[in-house]
Write a protein that binds this ligand. Structure first.
Ligand code: URA
Length: 198
């Protein structure tokens, strides 16, 4: 089958590749600008995402919006996806089998977008995209190049919402500034227009 956004959306909507399909209200493929140079990847839909069929619309998503705004980005300028496209019950971490069943969809999104930068939001994204044994507290903020894409692991916004000491928030801000710096270096901020068209 030809790889197009439409085919991908239909395939995900019809997917019964793992048990998560049994309890989902909606699949959540992702959303944003398909021509963006920056792809953000989280873990999986939560309750509100499952209800609305859109990624990062709950409290973590509101924080993500503020994080993007802090470096002059909007949701419409980036693309936001997840490791799994259906909600794990009770927001538990997706199992290895669930992630493996769903990863071809993220790979397809990656092929369609061809991002220059990929930001892993949290350990689950980083372990499936970078290394299974990644330690997010130690390795966050460290850029990794993989087949021509620059990958930045950082904390998941949900972890920042739970952060009582403020330490993780400070580190996440360092990571955001590093992302902004890299985007400037690579001339990835749009010039006159507010968004990328291709
Ligand atoms: N957390 C995630 O990892 N993804 C979402 O889409 C929402 C919350």
């Amino acid at each position: 089958m030809e790889l197009t956004w439409e085919n991908l959306e239909n395939a995900v909507r019809a997917c019964r590749g793992c048990g998560l399909c049994e309890r989902r209200l909606h699949t959540v493929l992702g959303e944003g600008n398909p021509h963006t140079p920056v792809l953000f990847v989280g873990e999986g839909p939560g309750r509100q995402e499952d209800e609305q069929g859109r990624p990062f619309v709950g409290p973590a998503g509101q924080l993500l919006d503020r994080m993007l705004a802090a470096i002059s980005l909007t949701r419409e300028m980036v693309y936001i996806a997840n490791i799994v496209k259906c909600r794990p019950p009770g927001n538990r971490e997706p199992t290895a089998a669930e992630a493996a069943a769903c990863l071809p969809y993220l790979r397809a999104q990656f092929v369609l977008i061809r991002p220059k930068i990929l930001v892993c939001l949290g350990r689950t994204a980083a372990m499936h995209i970078l290394r299974p044994d990644i330690r997010i507290t130690r390795e966050r903020g460290i850029w990794v190049e993989k087949k021509g894409t620059l990958i930045l692991p950082t904390y998941h916004p949900s972890a920042l919402l739970r952060d009582e000491t403020g330490q993780k928030k400070r580190e996440a801000w360092q990571d955001l500034k590093s992302l902004r710096e890299k985007m400037r270096e690579m001339d990835l901020y749009p010039k006159e227009e507010k968004t990328w068209t291709q």
